[in-house]
Design a protein around this ligand. Sequence first.
Ligand code: ADP
Ligand code: ZN
Length: 689
Amino acid sequence: MIARVALPIPRAAPFDYEVPPDLAVAIGDRVHVPFGTRHLWGIVVAIAPTATYEGRLLAVEATAGPALSPAAIELIEAVARPSFVSPGLALARLVPSPSRARAREVEPAIPSDDAAKLAAELARRAPAQARVLTAIANGETQIAELRKLPGGARGVSALLRKGVLQPRRFPFSYREEDKAFTLTPAQRAAVEAVAAGIGCGKRYLLCGPPGSGKTEVYLQAAAAARDLGRTGLLLAPEVSLLPQLWARAGRVLGSPPAPYFGELPPGERWGTWHGALAGEVRCAVGTRSAVFLPLPDLGLVALDEEGEPAYKQEEMAPYYHARTVAELRAEREGAAVVLGTAAPSVETYFRAERGDVELLTLPDRVVGAPPEVRVAPRGADVIGPVLQDAIWRHLARGGQILLFVNRLGFYTGAVCRCRAILRCPDCEVPLVFHLSDRAFRCHTCGKTVRNPVCPTCGETRFHLFGAGTERAEHEARRLFPSATVARLDADTARDRDRILASVARGEVQILVGAQMVGKGLDFPRISLVGILNADQLLTTPDFRAGERTYQLVAGAAGRAGRGERAGEVIVQTDQPDYYAIRCALEGDYTGFYTEELAYRKALRYPPFARLVRIVASGAGAEGRAGAVGQNLVHQGFEVLGPARLFPRRGVPRAQLLVRGGDDVVELLAAALPHLPAGLRVDPDPMWLG
Ligand code: ADP
Ligand code: ZN
């Protein structure tokens, strides 16, 4: 018997290996094989009676058992092709490696009241155990920290042995109170429509303002899938949105779903993957990579905030979009797909207009009133006078305030007397000053520069400008010294769980956040949202700048007034009449869409064409991109570029854009049977540049 094994190397075709008679090997198994002078792990993608390879065959050395299903292999192969990456590499990157989950955290295995009683009882007899229980009651879950308490190591072991504590099963601590409510007629209609699509591979676009009950629809649809004996997959664009989604899904489904996202420790990631493969996981919650989970009998995929760029993997091939993969799976596996959003991507809304996707609408907020939205000039202050007044008012009334900044760091730029902008020496992008580092940082390569010197004139002092999340936090503390201020952005992401929990408990009065905070979070006490710089995205040279601005403003506005209190939104901008901002302020999606679509049509951007981005990097990047471009032009392709890009880590880069119709990716694959080295192909890019 021959096993065809996809190996994590650039070559596209799998390799034939003999299967020794004493080894049981099936499609989807992970196997260890000799390769040249090396030994590699690969995935068996086919079993055949005879080899296609004519030389001497080597034998499979070992197997680590099943890694994925045949359907998942086909899916990943289909996803690999348009990115010109070998199935073996794609499999190696998308399938987690078997590894054992090691408990790093503990949680009480008994109700918290009983734990408190027990702590009091133990105070005399076993003070170490009492100390551990008290620390846990105060929110400490890390075993390493608990062991630092006097007698902590013994205390933890004893409590685990007695079954008072257990290894923490889930990476989230967010808890939801039990709620029972009846669906609104619009929600019920949406759930019924989606439930009817389970088994038919149908696609739905669920449109509704934030707070209109979309999440409840995904969850009820997942319950409907479960009742039909099928599995469900709930996707969110950011890890920060998962704890709430997970907790709410647990409430509706009666048992917590399995989490899956990139930052999850390998053992837990493999646990969910393997559980899905074994049919034990019936519902999973995750970010974009979870779309590949080998859940059998998939009944429902819900993508919240479908327009979020984070759904596209653009760092490493295969460059997939979770929405596209979800729809591909739905078609193949008969699952219903729900794309939910308050502000659909132009591409998806366009398909809905044409009937490729069924449009479902939740017209109104379920709870709370629509917020009052106002604009204020951006001015010189990070938090301008209008916003300051509003913050005082909301603080006085006990409201929570969310301040939204789209950039990280303290000062987002530095300029020299000679007018030169301080840039990363390797990437040429402007450096950002981070107070936490007391240094400048490149957001592209992470390099820090402590004592910058102007490369043009040798000056060592700079004028610093712009405001990122750190500066907004600093300003909030300075202006409102009596308020509790917290910051949630990529730099504080390690503490995300703790920060979100204290926001939920109402301890944080002002939360300063980057992108991730703008979307999806449901905190009823947030009564005021301030967008500090709505114009920031408009300066990016990207055809989606308008769409992103609309989504930013509309999404952030939705955070306010989810509770009983009427919400207020203040948008600091110097361009209130720009259509994306104006329409977002009015909540007028169709107005925005009409204008945006006309612009896309005039310039032949998606959805009126498909783009493929080809990036050459390394020495002579521009010349190589140019040569490929000429070749493609000769073959009849429409090619834009080559254009020089900012280098990355000192490596020169250049890009081509190929524009075509729906079949442009297949045509390109045929036209470039061998992708020249140092090139990457990104179909349907989210970012150009
Ligand atoms: P969205 O996903 O559109 O932002 P959610 O599903 O998060 O909206 O709903 C907003 C809030 O309203 C949540 O707190 C949710 O629990 C609550 N909610 C949803 N549906 C109902 C309903 N039918 N009746 C009462 N409360 C609801
Ligand atoms: Zn850099």
